[in-house]
Design a protein around this ligand. Structure first.
Ligand code: T5A
Length: 217
């Protein structure tokens, strides 16, 4: 039975380094939400809208050597379009938004990875996004293992996947630091486990959150 409520929907994001298994886990999270009566709107970043997908293509194309500030602003251009045209209307309808990456990715990749100031990213978040996810699931995985998984999938590496390993080590460290600083919002899932165990732990963290959220807490 669908939940009917005047309350706004929840914003749930999924984060992790390259090859951490987000795509693999997303389907299970959606199924769990729907089984609990939530209407789910899925998004991905960069992208998620026609304009955002065009920005994504520019961002990931190895032909464009974006400087860090340009990369950051393009991520936020895509996110602004997504938030205003898709995320906010969905939350206002009471739908649950399941986001494949959100602003934490900018803190991790453009902040940790590229070395841009966290204060600048926080200011863009405050002005452009105006919202923090209600729950974030962080799929945490050893960098070399994640890159090996991503490479095993085949196909050419995109511009960001072509970065050196130390870049992804900084990305991972930033994600973990953010989770340590905000454990009430960010749940860390050990993504080195077999798929079934990752899905089980991610769904358990989702259930704990939904138990509180559905009570109105
Ligand atoms: N980015 C994004 C920024 O720099 N700043 C930002 O603000 C934002 C929003 C695109 C890029 O943009 C950057 C980050 C990215 O570099 P993306 O589309 O989310 O973002 O790209 P990826 O993180 O590269 O997503 P992937 O689709 O490559 O990885 P996934 O979804 O995490 O991994 P998945 O599920 O495809 O799994 C990878 C492989 O591993 C296997 C899968 O079968 C698959 O083959 N696998 C497992 N194998 C063993 N055990 C498990 N537990 C497994 N789980 C999955």
């Amino acid at each position: 039975m669908e939940r009917t409520s005047a309350r706004r929907g929840a914003l749930i994001s999924l984060e992790g380094g390259e090859g951490a298994g987000k795509t693999t886990v997303l389907g299970a999270l959606r199924a769990r939400l729907e089984a609990r009566g939530h209407r789910v709107v899925g998004t991905r970043e960069p992208g998620g809208t026609p304009a955002g997908e065009a920005i994504r293509a520019l961002l990931l194309d190895p032909a464009h050597p974006w400087v860090p500030h340009a990369e950051l602003l393009l991520m936020f251009a895509s996110r602004a379009q997504l938030v205003d045209t898709l995320v906010e209307p969905a939350l206002a309808r009471g739908d649950t938004v399941l986001a494949d990456r959100f602003t934490d990715a900018s803190f991790a990749y453009q902040g940790g990875g590229r070395g841009l100031p966290a204060g600048l990213i926080a200011e863009l978040e405050r002005v452009v996004v105006r919202r923090t996810p209600d729950l974030t699931l962080l799929l945490d995985l050893d960098v070399a293992q994640g890159l090996a998984r991503a490479r095993a999938r085949g196909g050419p590496a995109d511009r960001i996947e072509q970065e050196r390993e130390d870049f992804f080590e900084r990305v991972r460290a930033t994600y973990r630091a953010r989770a340590a600083a905000d454990p009430a919002r960010i749940a860390v899932v050990d993504a080195a486990q077999p798929v079934e165990a990752v899905v089980r732990d991610a769904c358990a963290a989702l259930d704990r959150f939904l138990d509180r959220w559905e009570r109105g807490a």
